[in-house]
Design a binder for this molecule. Sequence first.
Ligand SMILES: [Zn+2]
Ligand SMILES: [Zn+2]
Length: 159
Amino acid sequence: MTSPTNPTKVDEAQAAFRRYLRNHGVKYTRTRAVILDSVLEFRDHFEAEQVIHLLRESDRKVSKATIYRTLPLLVECGILKEVRFDEKRAYYEFAFGEAPHDHMVCRRCGRIVEFASDEVVALRAKIGQRHHFHVTSHRFQLSGLCWECSTKCPVVTMG
Ligand SMILES: [Zn+2]
Ligand SMILES: [Zn+2]
């Protein structure tokens, strides 16, 4: 999902991050503000390495370790969502105040298709209720072949 261009939403995200850090006894430093600003610049899914690169390129000096420490905080406070399209790497995307969506990943070319499904959201509430569990988020990912790859080679359905 794309990051906000709406300034109110950016302010709200900053306020939420400040609040979260304060509640957890962590200081809202200038460095953390810089990291938050930079992740809001991405318009798509991104990796920690891309944040490091972006900050370096724009001459904003933040250590790699601080970036790696701050990203999980942004996930915990709900500004970012962590997504995994493969076993190797974690990707992030903006999630603050966004309706939940899921992903389809093409196993051949890596194309990522986002979709939002009311059925999935309804199902997670139903499953939660059944187990007396208050569900706040979920992970649901489909993998297969995209339209382009499946025309090149027939699809085999697996479990
Ligand atoms: Zn996404
Ligand atoms: Zn494909």
